[in-house]
Design a protein. Structure first.
Length: 260
């Protein structure tokens, strides 16, 4: 998957460079879509590639042993798509609503067999019967389908030939359709649970290129969850999994191509 995304990004970069060369040629140059940004409302769509992982805050007793972290996140690469609705506020500010669908598959690795030492029970966990952790117990493949609804305030500079730089920031409401939050099973049955409803903040920067028929915007966006996504395991489940983490939060970096 990494090689495929790398090739896609290289191809997109080459195409953007060719477009930019055509846009910035001064010979016989005409400004394109001159009145496009004067519209009060406009529409479009976007495609994106993602790099996702988790930010993990470990439980001080069950999540670490000495200087060793017992839970690790393995990043993944995925894709998504969505729609764009823009509301022009003034010459320099736009408000954007960009609902989209994001697909992700990540791994959490639990090297927590050493928690057997707490089998007699602690102040925060009842006694439990230790079990030998197999490879299936140690690795959780977490698939997510995310309905992402970001609201972004965009600040852009003045148009230069057929291009315009911008930065944007805002908040996201994100629904995880594969959270398993209502499942009665937990990690003892190989079911990893997380929150369904989430909130995040996003920051983005890019350059808008104007063509005869449309506007193309390549951009980089970072999205960072603000709430704790962890759902605790059942009280009778040993502290090998969710108990080993205090906080779990998604982090995503996206390469976005917008068409308006």
């Amino acid at each position: 998957m990494n090689k495929f995304l790398l090739r896609a990004l290289v191809l997109a970069s080459v195409n953007i460079a060719v477009f930019a060369d055509a846009q910035f040629r001064t010979r016989n140059r005409m400004d394109k879509l001159e009145d496009f940004d004067e519209q009060k409302f406009s529409w479009g769509f976007y495609l994106n590639g993602n790099r996702l992982d988790y930010r993990i805050v470990l439980h001080p007793r069950y999540g670490s042993e000495g200087n060793q972290n017992l839970v690790k996140s393995r990043e993944s690469y995925s894709f998504g798509a969505g729609l764009i609705a823009k509301w022009r506020l003034n010459d320099y500010l736009d408000l954007r609503l960009e609902p989209g669908l994001q697909f992700a598959q990540r791994q959490l690795i639990f090297n927590t067999q050493s928690n057997d030492q707490y089998a007699a029970g602690t102040l925060t966990n009842p006694p439990f019967i230790p079990i030998p952790l197999t490879e299936k117990d140690r690795i959780r493949e977490i698939k997510s389908t995310l309905v992402d609804v970001p609201v972004l305030l965009e600040l852009h500079g003045q148009r230069w030939y057929n291009s315009r730089p911008y930065i944007a920031a805002g908040v996201n409401y994100i629904v995880n359709l594969q959270s398993n939050s209502d499942s009665e099973d937990d990690n003892m049955q190989q079911v990893f649970r997380s929150t369904t409803h989430n909130f995040a903040w996003s920051a983005e920067m890019g350059i808008q290129f104007y063509f005869n028929k449309f506007k193309l915007t390549p951009a980089i966006r970072g999205t960072f969850f603000m709430n704790n996504e962890k759902v605790a395991d059942n009280a009778t489940t040993p502290p090998y999994w969710a108990t080993a983490m205090s906080t779990l939060q998604t982090r995503a970096v996206m390469f976005v191509l917008k068409f308006e």
